[in-house]
Design a protein around this ligand. Structure first.
Ligand SMILES: NC(=O)C1=CN([C@@H]2O[C@H](COP(=O)(O)OP(=O)(O)OC[C@H]3O[C@@H](n4cnc5c(N)ncnc54)[C@H](O)[C@@H]3O)[C@@H](O)[C@H]2O)C=CC1
Ligand SMILES: O=C(O)CCC(=O)C(=O)O
Length: 527
């Protein structure tokens, strides 16, 4: 008998999938405190949550019999995935079931914001009949800027067109060709900031998206812009939004999510220009039924030894193949992650080349790990080696793999190349016997870098003093350099420097480095 704890409110249709299974018992108990959850979790084989319950490392460490965590929804940022993976606990989510509801909520919030419906309603409730104060704006003819054109962003785009809005969107995987197909405008992030009358965010919360809407971003926007966030708290810097509203730069904001939830007495809620809902994007009967059914089916699948449909953190490779190629998974993942940080252009094609000993192995699982590393930067931790190729196809990226005879002196060599409309970038790695993984080539440059920790990739001119200038600048910021690799195309020509440093470089440090005359490009990546 398997025991399942539903720790957040889950639709009864979903729970009945579990309740009808004679092999499981369900405890439906919402609102447990973190301590209560930690104290009780060792009684359960499966844990079912939405976004409210925080499944922390210490919960997982106490969950001695836990086999699966089901997230009835998309975002898994409330679950410590590393801890779950380390403890062999599968995490599954339901990525498709709430897309329409979140898109509809975004449109509802946009309209309510534009016409000040909540404020007018409150005023009526307070006995006032104030028709002058609540003059709004039409959406027709206004430009909606969408940041993040995935499942929900795309649905918002179609709905906004239905409101006769013009739509401009930015997404790292969005191209002019796709924009033409959708009948919307393609833009850079700057274009969206500068041109939109309304801006809505639909990205996951990632290193790249954390505080992407900040004081600098607001300064580039039109006066009187409206802002909507029905995605994740933390994408918008809340103090900066507050200041931008108070200064009149932002006319109003519609908020479904904030950094710390639940939020009840946040200073943004004191502003009359702000309307808010308590993370209700997915709160419809339909969405909750969809996500609950999907995730409960996956829980039963996993507990009864079947394949889960939406795994977030588990590899799926037969064990005989696994022992031969598993060491390359890590290398491939790191190469993909490294490579995607070398370009800001839209990846169109990814080529994975296998040489030496690798020309005999089963390539597909290694390729999937390379593509996973590549996609995770923008799609987040729900990309795994099971869904990586499917997600790449959805984003219009062609994946090719080939075996080559040349090993360039290495017994095994794995090369990942990404092609964009501005050219090709590549990175090669090898597993050195007894020493582990190494990055040995970046584009045309030979290097020897352990793919681990905080790396800084600097493209510069091969001139005297560059290394010294860079070193003294970093020392001013108290950044310690652990390792350094340098190579050049020719004497006095283009060169590359790869540093391992003891901390991730922040924005100011990156900007200062970029300002050094001989340096053309700086990229920081955590591996
Ligand atoms: N308020 C709510 O109740 C709900 C919130 N969500 C949240 O909405 C967000 C979007 O969900 P989906 O559309 O299902 O995800 P998705 O994975 O289909 O789309 C996310 C898109 O963001 C793009 N992106 C990543 N980094 C970016 C960047 N730096 N700039 C611009 N775009 C970037 C990705 O390329 C991707 O296309 C997630 O954060 C999810 O957790 C989802 C459902 C309900
Ligand atoms: O479970 C919920 O209501 C929140 C949904 C959500 O934020 C998500 O699916 O990412």
């Amino acid at each position: 008998m398997f025991h399942i704890l539903a720790a957040d409110p889950i639709s009864t249709e979903g729970l009945s999938v579990l309740q009808h299974d004679p092999n499981v018992t369900v405890t439906d108990e919402t609102g447990l405190s973190p301590d209560e959850l930690e104290n009780r979790i060792d009684q359960f084989d499966a844990l079912l949550v939405r976004s409210q319950t925080k499944v922390t490392r210490s919960v997982i460490e106490k969950a001695s019999r836990l086999k699966i965590i089901g997230r009835a929804g998309v975002g898994v940022d409330n679950i410590d995935l590393d801890a779950a993976t380390e403890h062999g606990v599968l995490v599954v989510n339901a990525p498709n079931g709430n897309t329409n509801s979140a898109a509809e909520h975004t449109m509802a919030m946009t309209m309510a914001l534009s016409r000040q419906i909540p404020q007018a309603h409150l005023s009526l409730q307070n006995g006032k009949w104030d028709r002058k104060k609540y003059v709004g704006f039409e959406l027709k003819g206004k430009k909606l800027g969408i940041i993040g054109l995935g499942r929900i962003g795309t649905e918002v785009a179609y709905r906004a067109k239905g409101q006769r809005m013009d739509v401009i969107a930015y997404d790292p995987f969005f191209t002019e060709e796709k924009a033409d197909q959708m009948g919307i405008e393609y833009g850079t992030l700057e274009d969206v900031f500068q041109e939109a009358d309304y801006i809505t965010v639909h990205t996951p919360l990632l290193k790249d998206t954390h505080h992407m809407i900040n004081a600098d971003a607001f300064s580039k926007m039109k006066d009187g812009v409206h802002i909507m966030n029905c995605a994740r708290g933390g994408i918008i810097e809340e103090d900066a939004l507050y200041d931008a509203i108070v200064s009149g730069k932002v006319a109003g904001a519609a908020i479904d999510v904030l950094e710390d939830e639940p939020f009840q007495d946040h200073k943004l809620l004191q502003l009359p220009q702000v309307i808010a809902t308590p993370h209700l994007g997915a709160s419809t009967v339909e969405a909750q039924e969809n996500v609950a059914i999907d995730v409960c089916r996956d829980i039963i699948n996993h507990l009864t030894g079947e394949m889960a449909q939406n795994p977030v953190n588990m590899p799926s490779v037969p064990s005989d193949v696994l022992s031969q190629i598993e060491p390359y998974f890590h290398l491939a993942d790191k190469l993909g992650t490294f490579l995607i940080h070398l370009t800001e252009d839209v990846p169109e094609e990814v080529n994975v080349y296998y040489s030496g000993e690798l020309s005999d192995v089963k390539m597909a699982p290694i390729t999937r790990n390379a593509v996973k590393g590549l996609l995770q930067r923008h799609l987040g931790s729900h990309v795994n080696d099971v869904n990586a190729l499917y997600l790449a196809e959805q984003k219009g990226i062609t994946i090719n793999e080939s075996r080559t005879a040349t090993t360039k002196g290495f017994t095994n060599l794995l090369t990942v190349e990404v092609k964009t409309n501005s050219g090709a970038r590549s990175v090669s790695g090898t597993l050195l016997n007894g020493l582990g993984p190494r990055i040995v080539r970046v584009d045309q440059y030979s290097v020897d870098v352990v793919p681990q920790g905080h790396l800084v990739i600097i493209h510069h001119k091969d001139l005297p003093g560059v290394i010294g200038n860079m070193g003294s600048l970093l020392s001013q910021y108290h950044v310690n350099i652990a390792t350094m690799q340098v190579d050049r195309s020719n004497v006095g020509g283009d060169a590359i420097m790869i540093l391992t440093v003891d901390k991730f470089l922040d924005k100011d440090e990156m900007t200062a480095l970029k300002q050094l005359e001989e340096i053309s490009d700086v990229t920081a990546v955590d591996l």
